[in-house]
Design a protein around this ligand. Structure first.
Ligand code: MN
Length: 515
């Protein structure tokens, strides 16, 4: 089990308070989960300690790490909200509750609602840190999925691919996305997984040796140039993303040019272009394969220069050139935008992380300057970051990466969450309703028969009036009675046309009968 010390060791210059906070959270979690076991038979604490360690490694701050340690306490142990509030304060309670709430967003195997689910997932989280904790939580659950009962594995793996992966992608978190994809792949598409494995085996052994030889050749060439600070590494394409590419290329692995890639990481943007010149001088570039994502970042903020080359020994491979900062962002995405290692809320009070992020998507050079200006930590009040609307478009750009910057800007402006809310059925299905909708709208959205016979409603387990306005994330239960039927009052208490139409029909039907 990862000890608290090892988690703290990941922080840059932690203060005494940071250290104490993490130790306290560790202690509380350990006591709370005492005797609980994972499916693997390991103490439950191994899970939360590993989540916290991963968060620390990503550069998240002490409060997020503490919330990572406590993320399963309210849901699974005797620890109450009040306990967390008293010991750790409102902000950490907010994060822990956010993660707890997210566990009710579940995937039930129908593709129809995936887009809503992704949006709901983001809307429910309310704070980007909640999403990050949840993604890291899921990563550890996927790493230990083999111990989970078989009937659960499918659902969890599918949910990972349908919900978590697109969210990670949209947040630019490349590392966790790739890991989640490759962990879920064999469970969701076992025969496809085997097929890809086999194809890659037929190539990879030899290819990796070749790749290493080529990397050294490039390394030497770069060392002979006047580049001061650089390093090179290589990577093999993730199996799941390879699978998608193979499908598009008729399963011909020979036309997949980025199966193997060499990465060149330099210290600044000028050096990226210098390095590109050196690469093209050493190896012949393939025409029209050069992509400058530094000048034109991908919608999720990804930056790098990609070029495909034929080496002197005739190998085709991709070279990816980026700065250290770009590399860090490609791996950790939004986490690297909002948090400087060890510092939470590293931003001035009037500029949201979103404002910091937005220019980076379109004006990389302005952004570069901005990144060098570290702002002070604001510690006065817990400041909850609001989710910007563009994250609500999660999934939109996942399949069509080619959308232009302008389209993307327009997407960002769409005020999605102002017009829709997402609520749950008691077993976790998601219902998408307009803002201001009531339990009656909800009942009609479930089924017209349910709507026609609503007799009562509970929201989050409490009885409410039928005209109560529902809020994002509410869990709604409807009680029905055969004798219950729509009244004219219901018309004022509903927002959806579906409900209004049914109510009117029912009212006029009644009238008809009475005459
Ligand atoms: Mn967990």
């Amino acid at each position: 089990m990862i000890p608290a010390k090892q988690i703290i060791a990941q922080l840059d210059n932690p203060t005494e308070a940071d250290r104490l906070l993490i130790e306290k959270a560790y202690e509380v979690a350990q006591k709370a989960h005492e005797g609980h076991k994972r499916y693997s038979g390991e103490p439950y604490m191994t899970h939360v300690a590993s989540v916290a360690h991963h968060l620390a490694e990503m550069g998240m701050g002490p409060r997020t790490i503490a919330a990572g340690l406590l993320h399963d306490t309210i849901e699974d142990t005797e620890v109450t909200q009040e306990d967390v509030r008293k010991t750790f304060g409102d902000e950490i309670l907010f994060l822990v509750e956010g993660v707890t709430k997210l566990s009710s967003v579940r995937y039930y195997g129908t593709d129809r609602h995936n887009e809503s689910l992704r949006k709901l997932f983001v809307a429910t989280s309310q704070d980007i840190r909640v999403l990050i904790i949840k993604l890291v939580d899921r990563l550890h659950n996927m790493e230990t999925l083999s111990h989970v009962p078989e009937e659960k594995q499918q659902r969890i793996a599918r949910e990972t691919l349908e919900i978590y992966v697109p969210v990670a992608h949209r947040l630019g978190m490349g590392k966790i996305r790739k890991e989640l994809e490759d962990l879920a792949f064999p469970y969701v598409l076992p025969s496809e997984y085997d097929k890809v494995q086999e194809l890659i085996k037929s190539r990879a052994g030899k290819a990796e040796v070749t790749l290493e030889k080529e990397r050294k050749g490039l390394q030497k060439k770069l060392a002979d140039s006047d580049l001061l600070d650089f390093h090179t590494s290589s990577r093999v394409k993730g199996l799941y993303s390879l699978f998608h590419k193979l499908k598009r290329k008729d399963w011909n692995i020979d036309v997949i040019y980025d199966l193997l890639a060499i990465r060149v990481i330099v210290s600044n943007v000028d050096d990226c272009y210098k390095a590109l010149g050196i690469v093209h001088d050493l190896w012949r570039p393939l025409p029209k394969r050069m992509k400058d994502y530094i000048a034109f970042p991908k919608p999720n903020g990804y930056q790098s220069i990609h070029t495909t080359v034929t080496t002197k020994s005739g190998n085709i491979l991709e070279v990816q050139i980026r700065t250290q900062k770009m590399h860090h962002e490609a791996e950790y995405g939004i986490a690297s935008h909002i948090i400087y290692k060890g510092k939470e809320h590293a931003k001035s009070s009037n500029s949201s992380w979103f404002a910091n992020l937005a220019p980076s998507l379109f004006r990389p050079f302005a952004w570069r300057e901005q990144r060098h200006t570290k702002t002070e930590i604001t510690k006065e009040k817990p400041h909850y970051e609001k989710i910007p609307q563009w994250i609500g478009q999660i999934g939109d750009n996942y399949t069509k990466e080619k959308s232009t910057g302008q389209e993307f800007l327009d997407d960002m402006r769409k005020d999605f969450f102002h017009s829709r809310i997402f609520v749950f059925t008691p077993n976790g299905d998601v219902v998408d309703l307009p803002t201001g909708a009531s339990p009656i709208d909800f009942a009609y959205a479930i089924h017209s028969e349910v709507g026609d016979h609503v007799s009562g409603a509970r929201v989050n387990k409490k009885f409410v009036q039928l005209d109560t306005e529902l809020k994002n994330g509410d869990i709604v239960e409807i009680e029905t009675k055969k004798t219950a039927k729509p009244t004219t009052k219901w018309l004022d208490a509903t927002k959806t046309t579906l409900a209004k139409r049914r109510i009117k029909a029912s009212l006029s039907g009644e009238n008809g009968k009475n005459i």
